[in-house]
Design a protein. Structure first.
Length: 108
């Protein structure tokens, strides 16, 4: 298991083998309260910003992307009351698990 820190985001990566395609799993949580953020959008995008897949989070803030080719992607978490979060992830050997922490948005 590997932990990667990107700004205030901590990503937990668990590697496993599959048939050249990966399942990417994770949770979207509030950075301050550590509570899950449900009914939010999570996107998987290429580094050219092309959308690969998008999915909503469940009541536990969990999301799953299936049949993902190995490579480098942006993982984007979006919520109505939180600032959007972007993390660069590398899907290898293929597969992984990530935890995304989002801060509440501040309106000015």
């Amino acid at each position: 298991m590997v932990y990667v820190v990107v700004g205030k985001q901590r990503l937990k990566i668990i590697k496993f083998r599959a048939r050249n395609m990966a399942t990417v799993r994770g949770r979207l949580i509030d950075a301050e309260t550590k509570e899950p953020i449900f009914a939010s959008a999570v996107e998987l995008r290429t580094l050219n910003w092309d959308l690969v897949q998008a999915t909503p989070t469940d009541v536990d803030g969990q999301f799953v992307f299936r049949n993902v080719s190995p490579g480098t992607y942006y993982l984007i978490g979006k919520s109505v009351i939180h600032t959007p979060v972007k993390a660069e992830i590398r899907v290898e050997e293929p597969g992984g698990e990530w935890e995304i922490r989002a801060a509440k948005a501040i309106l000015i």
